[in-house]
Ligand binder design. Structure first.
Ligand code: FCB
Length: 523
Protein backbone atom coordinates (compact mmCIF):
# COMPACT_ATOMS: atom_id res chain seq x y z
CA UNK A 1 0.00 0.00 0.00
CA UNK A 2 1.23 3.45 -0.76
CA UNK A 3 -0.76 4.92 2.10
CA UNK A 4 0.68 4.61 5.57
CA UNK A 5 -1.19 5.84 8.60
CA UNK A 6 1.23 6.32 11.48
CA UNK A 7 0.65 4.04 14.48
CA UNK A 8 -0.41 5.03 18.00
CA UNK A 9 0.43 8.59 18.91
CA UNK A 10 1.73 9.93 22.19
CA UNK A 11 -0.18 8.49 25.12
CA UNK A 12 -1.17 10.43 28.16
CA UNK A 13 -3.40 9.02 30.86
CA UNK A 14 -7.02 10.11 30.73
CA UNK A 15 -7.30 12.66 33.51
CA UNK A 16 -10.95 11.91 34.26
CA UNK A 17 -11.69 15.59 34.64
CA UNK A 18 -14.50 16.57 32.31
CA UNK A 19 -14.17 19.76 30.27
CA UNK A 20 -17.07 22.07 31.06
CA UNK A 21 -19.26 23.13 28.16
CA UNK A 22 -18.36 26.56 26.80
CA UNK A 23 -20.39 27.99 23.93
CA UNK A 24 -18.51 29.48 20.99
CA UNK A 25 -19.79 32.06 18.53
CA UNK A 26 -20.43 31.15 14.87
CA UNK A 27 -17.42 32.00 12.73
CA UNK A 28 -17.78 34.79 10.26
CA UNK A 29 -16.90 34.29 6.63
CA UNK A 30 -15.05 34.80 4.40
CA UNK A 31 -11.94 33.05 5.65
CA UNK A 32 -8.72 32.81 3.60
CA UNK A 33 -9.98 29.44 2.33
CA UNK A 34 -13.38 30.71 1.19
CA UNK A 35 -12.97 31.01 -2.55
CA UNK A 36 -9.55 30.28 -4.10
CA UNK A 37 -7.74 26.99 -4.62
CA UNK A 38 -7.18 25.21 -1.31
CA UNK A 39 -4.38 22.66 -1.09
CA UNK A 40 -4.47 19.96 1.60
CA UNK A 41 -1.45 18.61 3.50
CA UNK A 42 0.58 15.89 1.79
CA UNK A 43 -0.81 12.42 2.41
CA UNK A 44 -4.34 13.67 3.19
CA UNK A 45 -6.65 10.69 2.73
CA UNK A 46 -9.62 11.03 0.36
CA UNK A 47 -12.39 8.48 0.51
CA UNK A 48 -16.08 7.71 0.45
CA UNK A 49 -18.14 5.82 2.99
CA UNK A 50 -21.01 3.34 2.96
CA UNK A 51 -22.54 0.93 5.48
CA UNK A 52 -23.36 -2.76 5.07
CA UNK A 53 -27.11 -2.61 5.53
CA UNK A 54 -27.44 0.47 3.33
CA UNK A 55 -25.71 -0.97 0.26
CA UNK A 56 -25.13 -4.71 0.36
CA UNK A 57 -28.54 -6.30 -0.22
CA UNK A 58 -28.28 -10.12 -0.38
CA UNK A 59 -30.33 -10.07 2.79
CA UNK A 60 -30.94 -13.79 2.90
CA UNK A 61 -27.86 -15.00 1.05
CA UNK A 62 -24.58 -16.50 2.18
CA UNK A 63 -26.01 -17.65 5.50
CA UNK A 64 -27.01 -14.15 6.60
CA UNK A 65 -29.94 -13.90 8.98
CA UNK A 66 -32.02 -10.96 10.15
CA UNK A 67 -30.53 -7.92 11.79
CA UNK A 68 -32.67 -5.52 13.80
CA UNK A 69 -33.08 -3.45 10.63
CA UNK A 70 -34.65 -6.34 8.70
CA UNK A 71 -37.17 -6.72 11.49
CA UNK A 72 -37.78 -2.97 11.76
CA UNK A 73 -38.42 -2.70 8.02
CA UNK A 74 -41.36 -5.09 8.50
CA UNK A 75 -43.02 -2.87 11.12
CA UNK A 76 -45.94 -1.11 9.39
CA UNK A 77 -45.15 2.59 8.98
CA UNK A 78 -41.66 2.42 10.47
CA UNK A 79 -39.75 2.85 7.21
CA UNK A 80 -40.67 5.09 4.30
CA UNK A 81 -42.82 3.28 1.72
CA UNK A 82 -42.11 -0.06 3.42
CA UNK A 83 -38.62 -0.10 1.87
CA UNK A 84 -36.13 -2.71 3.06
CA UNK A 85 -32.50 -3.75 2.62
CA UNK A 86 -33.03 -7.04 0.76
CA UNK A 87 -31.49 -5.74 -2.48
CA UNK A 88 -30.35 -2.17 -1.69
CA UNK A 89 -27.47 -1.35 -4.09
CA UNK A 90 -26.65 -5.04 -4.58
CA UNK A 91 -23.10 -4.22 -3.48
CA UNK A 92 -22.72 -7.82 -2.24
CA UNK A 93 -22.69 -8.93 -5.87
CA UNK A 94 -21.38 -5.75 -7.48
CA UNK A 95 -18.51 -4.91 -5.12
CA UNK A 96 -15.92 -5.43 -7.87
CA UNK A 97 -17.65 -2.86 -10.07
CA UNK A 98 -17.92 -0.49 -7.10
CA UNK A 99 -14.25 -0.83 -6.21
CA UNK A 100 -13.33 -0.18 -9.85
CA UNK A 101 -15.54 2.90 -9.73
CA UNK A 102 -13.71 4.22 -6.64
CA UNK A 103 -10.44 3.59 -8.38
CA UNK A 104 -11.63 5.59 -11.39
CA UNK A 105 -12.57 8.39 -8.98
CA UNK A 106 -8.95 8.48 -7.78
CA UNK A 107 -9.91 7.73 -4.19
CA UNK A 108 -7.43 6.52 -1.59
CA UNK A 109 -9.71 4.68 0.82
CA UNK A 110 -13.10 3.01 1.19
CA UNK A 111 -14.86 3.21 4.55
CA UNK A 112 -17.29 0.27 4.72
CA UNK A 113 -18.91 -1.68 7.52
CA UNK A 114 -19.17 -5.39 8.07
CA UNK A 115 -22.51 -6.97 8.85
CA UNK A 116 -22.51 -8.75 12.21
CA UNK A 117 -25.64 -10.60 11.04
CA UNK A 118 -23.66 -11.97 8.10
CA UNK A 119 -20.67 -12.96 10.23
CA UNK A 120 -22.54 -14.31 13.26
CA UNK A 121 -26.12 -14.82 12.07
CA UNK A 122 -27.23 -16.34 15.38
CA UNK A 123 -25.15 -13.87 17.38
CA UNK A 124 -22.48 -16.39 18.35
CA UNK A 125 -21.48 -18.86 15.62
CA UNK A 126 -19.09 -17.65 12.93
CA UNK A 127 -20.40 -18.08 9.38
CA UNK A 128 -17.47 -18.74 7.03
CA UNK A 129 -19.39 -17.54 3.98
CA UNK A 130 -19.90 -14.15 5.60
CA UNK A 131 -16.21 -13.75 6.33
CA UNK A 132 -15.38 -14.82 2.78
CA UNK A 133 -17.38 -11.96 1.32
CA UNK A 134 -15.38 -9.37 3.27
CA UNK A 135 -12.17 -11.18 2.49
CA UNK A 136 -12.92 -10.87 -1.23
CA UNK A 137 -13.88 -7.21 -0.81
CA UNK A 138 -10.65 -6.43 1.06
CA UNK A 139 -8.54 -8.20 -1.57
CA UNK A 140 -10.27 -6.24 -4.29
CA UNK A 141 -9.58 -2.96 -2.45
CA UNK A 142 -5.94 -3.79 -1.86
CA UNK A 143 -5.59 -4.78 -5.52
CA UNK A 144 -6.89 -1.35 -6.48
CA UNK A 145 -4.56 0.36 -3.98
CA UNK A 146 -7.47 1.54 -1.84
CA UNK A 147 -7.01 1.51 1.93
CA UNK A 148 -9.72 -0.65 3.57
CA UNK A 149 -11.23 1.38 6.45
CA UNK A 150 -13.33 -1.15 8.30
CA UNK A 151 -16.18 -0.34 10.70
CA UNK A 152 -17.41 -3.24 12.78
CA UNK A 153 -20.80 -1.89 13.72
CA UNK A 154 -22.99 0.42 11.69
CA UNK A 155 -26.30 -0.27 13.46
CA UNK A 156 -27.19 -3.77 12.24
CA UNK A 157 -27.32 -5.87 15.42
CA UNK A 158 -28.19 -9.54 14.77
CA UNK A 159 -31.87 -9.92 15.64
CA UNK A 160 -30.90 -12.98 17.71
CA UNK A 161 -28.98 -10.68 20.07
CA UNK A 162 -31.82 -8.16 20.23
CA UNK A 163 -34.00 -11.00 21.41
CA UNK A 164 -31.56 -11.57 24.26
CA UNK A 165 -31.91 -7.93 25.29
CA UNK A 166 -29.96 -6.01 22.64
CA UNK A 167 -27.70 -3.12 23.63
CA UNK A 168 -29.55 -2.40 26.89
CA UNK A 169 -28.16 -5.78 28.00
CA UNK A 170 -24.55 -5.82 29.23
CA UNK A 171 -23.88 -9.18 27.56
CA UNK A 172 -24.14 -7.60 24.12
CA UNK A 173 -20.92 -5.68 24.80
CA UNK A 174 -19.06 -8.97 25.33
CA UNK A 175 -20.62 -10.53 22.23
CA UNK A 176 -19.43 -7.48 20.27
CA UNK A 177 -15.84 -7.97 21.42
CA UNK A 178 -16.01 -11.63 20.34
CA UNK A 179 -17.25 -10.56 16.93
CA UNK A 180 -14.41 -8.02 16.66
CA UNK A 181 -11.87 -10.75 17.40
CA UNK A 182 -13.43 -13.09 14.81
CA UNK A 183 -13.21 -10.36 12.19
CA UNK A 184 -9.63 -9.63 13.08
CA UNK A 185 -8.67 -13.31 12.87
CA UNK A 186 -10.01 -13.35 9.31
CA UNK A 187 -8.84 -9.95 8.06
CA UNK A 188 -6.17 -8.69 10.44
CA UNK A 189 -3.41 -9.69 8.02
CA UNK A 190 -4.81 -7.26 5.42
CA UNK A 191 -6.83 -4.62 7.28
CA UNK A 192 -4.90 -2.07 9.34
CA UNK A 193 -7.64 0.41 10.29
CA UNK A 194 -10.41 -0.76 12.64
CA UNK A 195 -13.34 1.36 13.74
CA UNK A 196 -15.45 -0.18 16.49
CA UNK A 197 -18.77 1.67 16.31
CA UNK A 198 -20.39 4.14 13.97
CA UNK A 199 -22.40 6.80 15.79
CA UNK A 200 -23.37 5.15 19.07
CA UNK A 201 -25.68 8.15 19.67
CA UNK A 202 -27.92 6.87 16.88
CA UNK A 203 -27.74 3.23 18.01
CA UNK A 204 -28.64 4.15 21.58
CA UNK A 205 -31.00 7.07 21.33
CA UNK A 206 -32.66 6.74 17.90
CA UNK A 207 -32.86 2.98 18.43
CA UNK A 208 -33.97 2.70 22.05
CA UNK A 209 -35.28 6.16 23.08
CA UNK A 210 -36.93 7.88 20.11
CA UNK A 211 -37.97 4.71 18.29
CA UNK A 212 -37.13 6.28 14.92
CA UNK A 213 -34.55 3.58 14.20
CA UNK A 214 -34.35 -0.15 14.80
CA UNK A 215 -35.24 -1.77 17.10
CA UNK A 216 -37.82 1.00 17.61
CA UNK A 217 -37.89 1.07 21.40
CA UNK A 218 -39.08 4.29 23.05
CA UNK A 219 -37.59 4.52 26.51
CA UNK A 220 -35.13 7.00 28.07
CA UNK A 221 -33.88 4.29 30.45
CA UNK A 222 -33.23 1.75 27.67
CA UNK A 223 -31.43 4.37 25.56
CA UNK A 224 -29.10 5.23 28.41
CA UNK A 225 -28.42 1.58 29.22
CA UNK A 226 -27.68 0.99 25.54
CA UNK A 227 -25.33 3.99 25.47
CA UNK A 228 -23.21 2.62 28.31
CA UNK A 229 -23.09 -0.89 26.90
CA UNK A 230 -22.12 0.44 23.47
CA UNK A 231 -19.27 2.27 25.19
CA UNK A 232 -18.30 -0.90 27.05
CA UNK A 233 -18.41 -2.90 23.81
CA UNK A 234 -16.17 -0.29 22.18
CA UNK A 235 -13.68 -0.53 25.03
CA UNK A 236 -13.66 -4.32 25.18
CA UNK A 237 -13.21 -4.58 21.42
CA UNK A 238 -10.48 -1.93 21.39
CA UNK A 239 -8.46 -3.60 24.10
CA UNK A 240 -8.88 -7.06 22.50
CA UNK A 241 -7.78 -5.72 19.10
CA UNK A 242 -4.88 -3.83 20.64
CA UNK A 243 -3.65 -7.00 22.29
CA UNK A 244 -3.95 -9.01 19.08
CA UNK A 245 -2.45 -6.34 16.88
CA UNK A 246 -0.42 -3.59 18.58
CA UNK A 247 0.32 -1.93 15.23
CA UNK A 248 -3.31 -1.60 14.16
CA UNK A 249 -4.90 1.83 13.85
CA UNK A 250 -7.91 1.72 16.18
CA UNK A 251 -10.73 4.17 16.65
CA UNK A 252 -14.41 4.98 16.86
CA UNK A 253 -16.66 7.24 14.80
CA UNK A 254 -18.99 9.61 16.65
CA UNK A 255 -21.61 11.95 15.22
CA UNK A 256 -21.57 15.45 16.57
CA UNK A 257 -23.73 18.47 16.86
CA UNK A 258 -22.59 22.01 17.56
CA UNK A 259 -25.04 23.36 20.14
CA UNK A 260 -25.35 27.13 19.96
CA UNK A 261 -27.47 28.98 22.51
CA UNK A 262 -29.94 31.21 20.66
CA UNK A 263 -29.08 34.02 23.09
CA UNK A 264 -25.54 33.49 24.41
CA UNK A 265 -26.14 36.17 27.06
CA UNK A 266 -29.15 34.31 28.49
CA UNK A 267 -28.05 31.76 31.12
CA UNK A 268 -31.17 29.66 30.43
CA UNK A 269 -30.24 29.29 26.75
CA UNK A 270 -26.63 28.53 27.62
CA UNK A 271 -27.79 25.83 30.01
CA UNK A 272 -29.99 24.26 27.35
CA UNK A 273 -26.99 24.25 24.97
CA UNK A 274 -24.90 22.59 27.69
CA UNK A 275 -27.52 19.85 28.12
CA UNK A 276 -27.87 19.33 24.36
CA UNK A 277 -24.09 19.15 23.90
CA UNK A 278 -23.78 16.82 26.88
CA UNK A 279 -26.37 14.27 25.74
CA UNK A 280 -25.12 14.32 22.16
CA UNK A 281 -21.36 14.83 22.29
CA UNK A 282 -19.82 14.63 25.75
CA UNK A 283 -21.69 11.50 26.90
CA UNK A 284 -19.48 9.60 24.43
CA UNK A 285 -16.38 11.79 24.16
CA UNK A 286 -15.69 11.99 27.87
CA UNK A 287 -15.75 8.30 28.82
CA UNK A 288 -13.67 7.37 25.77
CA UNK A 289 -11.12 10.16 25.95
CA UNK A 290 -11.22 11.34 29.56
CA UNK A 291 -12.20 8.16 31.38
CA UNK A 292 -15.31 9.65 33.05
CA UNK A 293 -18.91 10.48 32.24
CA UNK A 294 -19.55 14.24 32.45
CA UNK A 295 -20.68 15.11 36.00
CA UNK A 296 -23.40 17.50 34.77
CA UNK A 297 -24.91 14.81 32.55
CA UNK A 298 -24.80 12.23 35.35
CA UNK A 299 -26.81 14.73 37.39
CA UNK A 300 -29.29 15.40 34.57
CA UNK A 301 -30.04 11.67 34.14
CA UNK A 302 -29.66 10.57 37.78
CA UNK A 303 -33.37 9.66 38.02
CA UNK A 304 -33.11 7.31 35.02
CA UNK A 305 -30.83 4.71 36.59
CA UNK A 306 -27.88 5.36 34.28
CA UNK A 307 -25.18 5.17 36.96
CA UNK A 308 -26.38 1.72 38.00
CA UNK A 309 -25.12 0.27 34.72
CA UNK A 310 -21.61 1.63 35.21
CA UNK A 311 -19.60 -0.99 37.10
CA UNK A 312 -16.20 -0.74 38.71
CA UNK A 313 -13.52 -0.88 36.02
CA UNK A 314 -15.85 -0.09 33.09
CA UNK A 315 -14.47 3.38 32.51
CA UNK A 316 -10.94 2.09 32.45
CA UNK A 317 -11.93 -0.35 29.69
CA UNK A 318 -13.87 2.31 27.80
CA UNK A 319 -10.92 4.72 27.87
CA UNK A 320 -8.50 2.21 26.33
CA UNK A 321 -6.33 4.48 24.14
CA UNK A 322 -7.38 4.93 20.52
CA UNK A 323 -5.36 6.23 17.57
CA UNK A 324 -8.01 8.00 15.51
CA UNK A 325 -11.32 9.69 16.20
CA UNK A 326 -13.78 9.56 13.31
CA UNK A 327 -15.92 12.68 13.07
CA UNK A 328 -19.31 12.57 11.37
CA UNK A 329 -20.75 16.04 10.85
CA UNK A 330 -23.89 17.09 9.05
CA UNK A 331 -25.07 20.16 10.98
CA UNK A 332 -25.29 21.87 14.34
CA UNK A 333 -28.28 23.54 15.91
CA UNK A 334 -29.45 26.64 17.74
CA UNK A 335 -31.20 25.80 21.00
CA UNK A 336 -33.14 27.82 23.49
CA UNK A 337 -35.12 27.46 26.69
CA UNK A 338 -38.01 29.07 24.81
CA UNK A 339 -39.88 27.88 21.74
CA UNK A 340 -39.21 29.90 18.57
CA UNK A 341 -42.93 30.26 17.96
CA UNK A 342 -44.72 30.11 21.30
CA UNK A 343 -47.51 27.55 21.13
CA UNK A 344 -46.20 25.98 17.90
CA UNK A 345 -43.92 23.05 17.20
CA UNK A 346 -40.18 23.69 16.89
CA UNK A 347 -39.28 24.15 13.22
CA UNK A 348 -36.91 21.22 13.10
CA UNK A 349 -38.54 19.25 15.90
CA UNK A 350 -36.33 17.64 18.48
CA UNK A 351 -35.40 14.62 16.46
CA UNK A 352 -31.95 15.82 15.46
CA UNK A 353 -30.43 14.11 12.46
CA UNK A 354 -33.35 11.88 11.61
CA UNK A 355 -35.22 14.08 9.17
CA UNK A 356 -38.93 14.30 8.72
CA UNK A 357 -40.71 11.17 7.60
CA UNK A 358 -42.83 11.51 4.46
CA UNK A 359 -45.41 8.78 4.06
CA UNK A 360 -48.40 8.17 1.85
CA UNK A 361 -51.60 9.54 3.39
CA UNK A 362 -53.00 6.09 4.13
CA UNK A 363 -49.74 4.68 5.55
CA UNK A 364 -49.78 3.58 9.17
CA UNK A 365 -48.24 6.19 11.42
CA UNK A 366 -45.14 5.24 13.40
CA UNK A 367 -44.91 7.67 16.28
CA UNK A 368 -41.46 8.70 17.46
CA UNK A 369 -40.40 10.71 20.50
CA UNK A 370 -37.34 12.84 21.22
CA UNK A 371 -34.05 10.91 21.17
CA UNK A 372 -32.92 12.96 24.17
CA UNK A 373 -33.70 11.03 27.39
CA UNK A 374 -34.17 14.40 29.15
CA UNK A 375 -35.64 16.65 26.45
CA UNK A 376 -37.83 18.92 28.57
CA UNK A 377 -37.34 22.58 27.86
CA UNK A 378 -34.90 22.17 24.96
CA UNK A 379 -36.23 24.00 21.90
CA UNK A 380 -34.52 23.92 18.52
CA UNK A 381 -34.73 27.14 16.51
CA UNK A 382 -34.32 27.61 12.81
CA UNK A 383 -31.58 30.09 11.88
CA UNK A 384 -32.90 30.65 8.40
CA UNK A 385 -29.89 28.92 6.88
CA UNK A 386 -30.34 26.98 3.63
CA UNK A 387 -31.39 23.37 4.26
CA UNK A 388 -30.81 20.04 2.53
CA UNK A 389 -33.46 17.54 1.49
CA UNK A 390 -33.25 16.15 5.05
CA UNK A 391 -34.30 19.54 6.41
CA UNK A 392 -30.84 19.89 7.99
CA UNK A 393 -29.28 23.36 8.03
CA UNK A 394 -26.19 23.83 5.88
CA UNK A 395 -23.62 25.13 8.37
CA UNK A 396 -20.03 24.48 7.28
CA UNK A 397 -18.41 26.77 9.85
CA UNK A 398 -19.80 24.49 12.56
CA UNK A 399 -17.41 21.81 11.29
CA UNK A 400 -14.43 24.15 11.76
CA UNK A 401 -15.45 24.93 15.33
CA UNK A 402 -16.12 21.27 16.07
CA UNK A 403 -12.73 20.09 14.81
CA UNK A 404 -10.90 22.81 16.71
CA UNK A 405 -12.73 21.99 19.92
CA UNK A 406 -12.03 18.26 19.55
CA UNK A 407 -8.37 18.97 18.90
CA UNK A 408 -8.02 21.26 21.88
CA UNK A 409 -10.11 19.52 24.52
CA UNK A 410 -9.90 15.86 23.56
CA UNK A 411 -7.67 14.51 20.84
CA UNK A 412 -4.73 16.92 20.64
CA UNK A 413 -3.34 16.28 24.13
CA UNK A 414 -3.49 12.54 23.47
CA UNK A 415 -1.89 12.58 20.03
CA UNK A 416 -5.06 11.21 18.42
CA UNK A 417 -5.61 11.96 14.74
CA UNK A 418 -8.93 13.27 13.44
CA UNK A 419 -10.59 12.01 10.26
CA UNK A 420 -13.90 13.31 8.95
CA UNK A 421 -15.50 9.92 8.40
CA UNK A 422 -18.85 11.25 7.12
CA UNK A 423 -20.09 14.48 5.66
CA UNK A 424 -22.44 15.01 2.76
CA UNK A 425 -25.94 16.00 1.74
CA UNK A 426 -29.20 14.70 0.35
CA UNK A 427 -30.73 16.77 -2.43
CA UNK A 428 -33.61 15.93 -4.75
CA UNK A 429 -31.51 14.99 -7.78
CA UNK A 430 -32.87 15.46 -11.28
CA UNK A 431 -31.80 12.74 -13.69
CA UNK A 432 -31.43 14.05 -17.27
CA UNK A 433 -32.52 12.06 -20.31
CA UNK A 434 -28.92 10.89 -20.81
CA UNK A 435 -28.79 9.65 -17.21
CA UNK A 436 -26.57 12.46 -15.95
CA UNK A 437 -27.14 14.32 -12.67
CA UNK A 438 -25.89 17.89 -12.45
CA UNK A 439 -25.99 18.17 -8.65
CA UNK A 440 -24.42 21.57 -8.17
CA UNK A 441 -26.08 21.83 -4.73
CA UNK A 442 -24.26 18.74 -3.41
CA UNK A 443 -21.02 19.84 -5.05
CA UNK A 444 -21.28 23.24 -3.33
CA UNK A 445 -22.03 21.54 -0.01
CA UNK A 446 -18.91 19.36 -0.15
CA UNK A 447 -16.82 22.26 -1.44
CA UNK A 448 -17.90 24.47 1.48
CA UNK A 449 -17.26 21.75 4.06
CA UNK A 450 -13.83 20.93 2.69
CA UNK A 451 -12.92 24.60 2.96
CA UNK A 452 -14.17 24.46 6.56
CA UNK A 453 -11.94 21.43 7.21
CA UNK A 454 -8.96 23.37 5.84
CA UNK A 455 -9.83 26.30 8.12
CA UNK A 456 -9.64 23.87 11.05
CA UNK A 457 -6.32 22.43 9.85
CA UNK A 458 -4.94 25.94 9.52
CA UNK A 459 -6.13 26.58 13.07
CA UNK A 460 -4.19 23.59 14.37
CA UNK A 461 -6.58 20.63 14.10
CA UNK A 462 -4.77 17.40 13.14
CA UNK A 463 -7.25 16.31 10.46
CA UNK A 464 -5.78 13.59 8.24
CA UNK A 465 -8.58 12.67 5.86
CA UNK A 466 -12.14 13.12 4.64
CA UNK A 467 -14.74 10.54 3.62
CA UNK A 468 -17.73 11.81 1.68
CA UNK A 469 -21.08 10.29 2.59
CA UNK A 470 -21.79 8.51 0.40
CA UNK A 471 -20.25 6.70 -2.52
CA UNK A 472 -23.70 5.70 -3.78
CA UNK A 473 -27.32 6.65 -3.23
CA UNK A 474 -28.48 4.01 -0.79
CA UNK A 475 -30.98 2.91 1.87
CA UNK A 476 -31.31 5.94 4.13
CA UNK A 477 -32.61 4.06 7.19
CA UNK A 478 -36.15 5.08 8.20
CA UNK A 479 -36.35 7.25 5.10
CA UNK A 480 -35.80 4.25 2.85
CA UNK A 481 -34.70 5.05 -0.71
CA UNK A 482 -36.37 8.48 -0.67
CA UNK A 483 -33.21 10.44 0.14
CA UNK A 484 -30.13 10.44 -2.09
CA UNK A 485 -26.71 11.18 -0.60
CA UNK A 486 -24.52 9.59 -3.30
CA UNK A 487 -21.72 11.13 -5.33
CA UNK A 488 -22.85 8.38 -7.68
CA UNK A 489 -26.48 7.93 -8.70
CA UNK A 490 -28.03 4.51 -8.15
CA UNK A 491 -30.84 3.42 -10.48
CA UNK A 492 -32.66 0.98 -8.20
CA UNK A 493 -34.44 -0.67 -11.16
CA UNK A 494 -31.33 -1.52 -13.14
CA UNK A 495 -28.60 -1.07 -10.49
CA UNK A 496 -26.82 1.16 -12.95
CA UNK A 497 -24.35 3.57 -11.32
CA UNK A 498 -23.87 7.04 -12.86
CA UNK A 499 -21.28 9.40 -11.47
CA UNK A 500 -22.92 12.74 -10.63
CA UNK A 501 -21.28 16.13 -11.25
CA UNK A 502 -20.31 16.15 -7.54
CA UNK A 503 -18.56 12.79 -7.97
CA UNK A 504 -16.59 13.97 -11.00
CA UNK A 505 -15.61 17.11 -9.10
CA UNK A 506 -14.62 15.09 -6.00
CA UNK A 507 -12.36 12.93 -8.17
CA UNK A 508 -10.47 16.04 -9.29
CA UNK A 509 -10.11 17.09 -5.65
CA UNK A 510 -8.70 13.70 -4.68
CA UNK A 511 -6.34 13.62 -7.66
CA UNK A 512 -5.00 17.15 -7.00
CA UNK A 513 -5.13 16.91 -3.19
CA UNK A 514 -6.73 20.32 -3.45
CA UNK A 515 -10.12 21.96 -3.81
CA UNK A 516 -10.14 23.96 -7.03
CA UNK A 517 -10.93 27.68 -6.97
CA UNK A 518 -14.62 28.46 -7.08
CA UNK A 519 -15.83 29.65 -10.48
CA UNK A 520 -14.90 33.30 -10.88
CA UNK A 521 -12.51 33.32 -7.92
CA UNK A 522 -8.79 33.90 -8.20
CA UNK A 523 -6.52 30.86 -8.01
C1 FCB B 1 -25.35 9.13 9.38
C2 FCB B 1 -25.20 7.64 9.19
C3 FCB B 1 -25.16 7.20 7.76
C4 FCB B 1 -26.12 7.99 6.90
C5 FCB B 1 -25.94 9.47 7.12
C6 FCB B 1 -26.82 10.34 6.26
O1 FCB B 1 -25.92 9.41 10.62
O2 FCB B 1 -24.03 7.17 9.82
O3 FCB B 1 -25.41 5.83 7.72
O4 FCB B 1 -27.41 7.59 7.14
O5 FCB B 1 -26.17 9.78 8.47
Amino acid sequence: MSLVIPGPGARIPAPGTPVPFAPTAPLTTPTPNSAGRVAFPDGFLWGTATAAFQVEGAGAEGGRQDSIWDTFCRVPGAVHAGDDGMVACDHYHRYREDVALMKRLDLGSYRFSTSWARIMPDGKTVNREGLDFYSRLVDELLGADLLPWLTLYHWDLPQALEELGGWPSRDTAYRFAEYAVAMHEALGDRVGVWTTLNEPWCSAFLGYTSGAHAPGKKSPELGLAAAHHLMLGHGLATSALRELDPAATLGITLNFTVSDPVDPTDPADVDVARRDDGMFNRIFLDPILRGAYPADILDDVAHLGFAEHVREGDLQIISTPIDVLGVNYYNGGAVSARPQHPGGADPDGTAGPDGAREQADDAPVWEVRSPNPVPDGIHHHSRGLPTTDMGWEVQPEGLTRLLLRLQEDYTGPRGIQLFVTENGAAYPDVVQADGSVDDQDRLAFVDAHLRAVKDAIDGGADVRGYFAWSLLDNFEWALGYSKRFGLVHTDYETQERTVKASGRWYATVAAANAVPARPGAEE
